[in-house]
Design a protein. Structure first.
Length: 329
């Protein structure tokens, strides 16, 4: 937390945290250090695992945000002090910890903050949709049929519903999850052929995997997408409709459904993919359950402050209620 620790100008250091990482905002850079824990699919319990997760984060995000993700630095122990060092390998015996090094982006330009400040315009949302179309058009379809088939989608959704059900803290949440389950499974049965066709036709791609308002920054040069899912390839190989649904759920939850509508309309037009509209409610229901499950997990997270954990539980309830509203049309 000391400014003199950093090898670049830095007047102060601000610490923030997510469920799985500490973020040190130091001058023009951000240092992201993985917490030593096992959380959902994330296992960062050893320095070696944390190093590899840092490397994976760089490899996955540089293709879409090369000017943001700089590399991995090690925190190295030397006689009497610690120093930051570049180009350390996972076998370096003097490395005590590792950090993803990123360019610091203006906090007021992240989509969640812009929505909160009522500083977002329809043209901003249009630019997000346009960039998302460009990102998807260049993404790989090599394993689309492996991860995007109706069978794979069914397994993914069934698994998430089961995990969410185990975390449900009250009867109202249980009822919401039951409603989502009934709707989702019926949809898969009645749309199996079209889901399989989507995978064959290249509409399932190696995408972001967890696109939300806090992972979109509207910079001076255009929208940047951050934080691609790194824990499992199957979570990134998703239908374009699911990627849109993920962001739309976040906007719906924030009371800005008109922005979600504009996002979808522009994407469908520019991607020439009208079938997205037939799949959107299904995928929004699924994503609301996934996000609700993650918030419930956060509410049990001992590394977070009590206020954050209570906030996460309240948000989970709202997300499960939103999933039910999608399921019941």
């Amino acid at each position: 937390m000391r400014p003199e620790f950093y090898p670049h100008p830095c007047e102060r250091v601000d610490l923030r945290q997510t469920m799985t990482s500490w973020l040190l905002f130091a001058g023009p850079l951000v240092y992201k250090i993985k917490k030593p824990l096992r959380f959902g699919l994330a296992d960062s319990t050893t320095p070696l695992k944390r190093f590899r997760l840092c490397q994976d984060e760089i490899l996955l995000n540089r293709p879409i945000a090369a000017d943001v993700y700089y590399g991995v630095s090690a925190i190295v122990g030397t006689p009497g002090k610690y120093v930051l060092a570049k180009d350390h390998s996972e076998t370096s015996s003097d490395a005590q910890e590792f950090a993803v090094v990123m360019r610091r982006l203006p906090s007021g330009r992240f989509l969640d903050q812009m929505v909160r400040d009522e500083a977002i315009s329809l043209s901003d949302i249009c630019s997000v949709a346009t960039n998302l179309v460009a990102f998807h058009s260049g993404a790989s379809i090599d394993k689309a049929q492996l991860w995007g088939s109706a069978q794979a989608i069914s397994q993914l959704i069934t698994s998430n519903l089961a995990e969410a059900g185990k975390l449900a803290a009250d009867s109202l949440t249980q009822a919401s999850i039951a409603s989502a389950r009934s709707y989702a499974l019926h949809f898969i049965i009645t749309h199996r052929q079209s889901l399989d066709n989507r995978a064959r036709e290249g509409r399932v791609r190696d995408s972001h995997g967890n696109l939300r308002c806090q992972s979109v920054c509207l910079t001076d040069t255009g929208p940047v997408f951050l934080g691609r899912v790194k824990y499992r390839e199957s979570m990134r190989y998703v239908d374009a409709a699911l990627e849109l649904a993920s962001l739309a759920v976040d906007l719906d939850l924030r009371g800005r459904s008109e922005l979600a509508h504009e996002l979808i309309e522009v994407y469908v037009t520019e991607a020439h993919d009208p079938q997205v509209l037939q799949l959107l409610r299904f995928y929004k229901c699924h994503r609301a359950v996934v996000q609700g499950k993650l918030e419930m997990l956060a509410s049990h997270h001992a590394h977070l402050a009590i206020a954050q954990r209570l906030s996460a539980r309240g948000k989970a309830r709202r997300l499960f209620a939103l999933a039910r509203s999608y399921a019941e049309g």
